[in-house]
Design a protein around this ligand. Sequence first.
Ligand SMILES: C[S@@+](CC[C@H](N)C(=O)[O-])C[C@H]1O[C@@H](n2cnc3c(N)ncnc32)[C@H](O)[C@@H]1O
Length: 305
Amino acid sequence: MSKMNSQQDKSSLENYQNIILQGDSWELVDVLPEQSVQMIVTSPPYFQQRKYIKKDTDGSLEFGREATVQEYVTKLVLLFQKLKLVLKDNGTIWLNLGDKYLDNQLLGVPWRVALALQDDGWLLRSEIIWYKPNAMPSSVKNRPTTDHEHIFLLAKSKDYYYNADAIREQHVTFSTKSKMKGGRNHFGKRDGTPENGKNKGDSNLHDGRWDQAFHPLGRNKRTVWEIPVGKFRDAHFAVFPERLIENCILAGSTEEDIVLDPFMGAGTTALVAKRHSRHYIGIELVAAYIKMAEERIQKVQMQLL
Ligand SMILES: C[S@@+](CC[C@H](N)C(=O)[O-])C[C@H]1O[C@@H](n2cnc3c(N)ncnc32)[C@H](O)[C@@H]1O
């Protein structure tokens, strides 16, 4: 695999920055320069979930319409082989997938895909659960209602870029949510967190020990992310909540990096990338969604002026 070092490659990369290519990601990934993107964050159509192309148009190019789950998994694995060429060696993919019931059975699609990608050489680094507190109620009576999806963090190599500090969470150890009642009582200070400097003046815990126990920027991000489903759903069925993508982009890239979404939909990846001073490249099959995306991105750009 050649590294991107010729002037020609650099200028061609500029041709693709901050645009959404219209067409089949299977074909269009091949035109992108090798080793050009720092991270990919994407949500391909889920297996046999919904049709994004209207009935009267040829849907054969659309992902998710495969006859069997095995075909779906194979097609994604092959697409990811193409994506690997475009991704920098220290890059990551953040892959959002939901599951599917078929013939009264849960297929386990996200894990089938994740394990197939692992078998194909990707390093599977994390399974993140996107918990949706406002998930649609369902009428099922013989199993729990599903209110989560998966995000898999996959790396191309073990030396991948990941900025843990960019997405730290508040410590909850001594908050009212704490399970460590003894600890809270010990300090006698309700809602005391290390950020609030609650050890100040407490001779039982000196600063040195406090610093060892708690990172000053917060605790490391956990694997369950509670994020409500976004409101933009009527225009495009399956839009990412911006906060979901924000976590991925902040941890997976730095300013001026390129973030690719090969299933761009209504453009959430692009607008979050722009808001955080990253560049984007998008691919999307349906022209109407690209129009929607461009309008949303334009609004963000106006806010940034
Ligand atoms: C789950 S949606 C992505 C939504 C997106 N994350 C957002 O926030 O708007 C999947 C998208 O993939 C598009 N798509 C389906 N097959 C495709 C293909 N072969 N090439 C490119 N895009 C495709 C669909 O039109 C749809 O917009």
